[in-house]
Unconditional design. Sequence first.
Lengths: 220, 366
Amino acid sequence: MLLLAVDTATPAVTVALHDGTSVVAESGQVDARRHGELLLPAVDRVLAEAGVKLDAVTDMVVGVGPGPYTGLRVGLVTAATFGSALSVPVHGLCTLDGLAYAAGRAGLEGPFAVATDARRKEVYWARYDDPRTRVTGPAVDRPADIAAQLAGLPVVGAGAVLYPEAFPDAREPEHVSAGALAALAAERLAAGAELLPPQPLYLRRPDAQVPKNYKVVTPK
Amino acid sequence: MADEPLVLGIETSCDETGVGIVRGTTLLADAVASSVDTHARFGGVVPEIASRAHLEAMVPTIERALKEAGISARDLDGISVTAGPGLAGALLVGVSAAKAYAYALNKPLYGVNHLASHICVDQLEHGPLPEPTMALLVSGGHSSLLLAPDITNDVRPLGATIDDAAGEAFDKIARVLDLGFPGGPVIDRLAKEGDPAAIAFPRGLTGSRDPAYDFSFSGLKTSVARWIEAKRAAGEEVPVRDVAASFQEAVVDVLTRKAVRACKDEGVDHLMIGGGVAANSRLRALAEERCERAGIRLRVPRPGLCTDNGAMVAALGAEMVARNRPASDLELSADSSLPVTDTHVPGALAHDHDHVHEISKDNLYS
Ligand SMILES: [Zn+2]
């Protein structure tokens, strides 16, 4: 088994190669505006570091968000295209689950919450009983609206760092790592568990308004 | 000619997910998934809806094109993709897919210009482009007059709209008349039953001191809307067919007049018309008439190749391969405002190799 994992649902552009036992190589860059430019060179670097070619990969793993849409789609379409070109399965995982899993590896046991930046003064968030068990979410809300619900819980991820008033107990890691995502996927695949389809979790409808009547141009 | 380049092209600059496959100037597949119906109730293309639709349609459309062409992806000589101009989020889906595909198959990647692709697509219909070619590109997103001495690296903008695109004017007038979106086809149809001389609508930027090759459709649009509103205010019935015909005539009159003038001024004896509005039957007829009178050969691809599609991107990609233009690199960006003079987006290291390629290899089509 050789998993190639990518996640572009957050400002982190992250890629990892996992052999079923451990992470072989990994790359993580944080740049919210350049997902499109950074992802493929990162894939190339990770493969080169591991000394393998893309066609050795047996499974694609992709973070399906939730995340701001433009960046999120870069990882999803890249994973889907690799899957098609290589004829390998493409598995989706909730990006927040990757963060929860990484927090567990860093020693956090639970319960806790994960929150990432959803922009527009909102966070994408989910609540976990332990690093592998999501019990609420993912959802998108204003920090103040969920602060009471999550009171007393540690909160993992950049959402906590951004809104310390709502989430005073911020915990590491701040950013998503494809290594954690790949490790979680490997664990679930080995256990025969179903992963998600590689489809985006936008959690919001597109901003689009049905225009009312056209604007009359005749001066009044 | 089996040694002509086999190229797959991806187009996602607006609301069509297009994947085309060509061998040189021969069209092998043209798969398009459109989200136009989803946009209709919004009266225009909603960028986020378009981007979401591109993501869903991307891989299935690639696979459909390969099946249609009956070729193996391994045999491709290159992957080309619209790098811009267009909607940023929409472009990014296609560019990301093209990079992944090129990387997975170990093929060169060519980020190309959407407007140059609209011109180059005519090679699939009428054979190699004459050099130079004069091109009039008209759609919901563009209205440009371009001189193309070499479609792979020399396209010169002579003029463009200073406000609305021609297709936008069709959409807006259709909306004033309650005809739905998109406006082009329905206005074309109604205009056939109307009198194009019934109402004298203004021809924008046609004064002797106006820029010779620029267009303006905003004044026309306002004038048509006012005319309709005045009728309605007076309680009279709006003669929809005559309005459609007279409005359409004003648009195509200016477009063809300026295009023919540009040909004469530049001494070019070929005019190609592309973009979605090139499907308009009156534009085709009037252009034919005026070109014939001026001794200019008109080339207009069939309507399906005029609207956005992947075949046009593949056509330009194949020309890039044939002329040994430098490939793009994996950092290729989607550039929503890519200038038309950037016919393609060579990689950062390309410049050193450019000359070597140009002198060491012959142009396949020469
Ligand atoms: Zn176009």
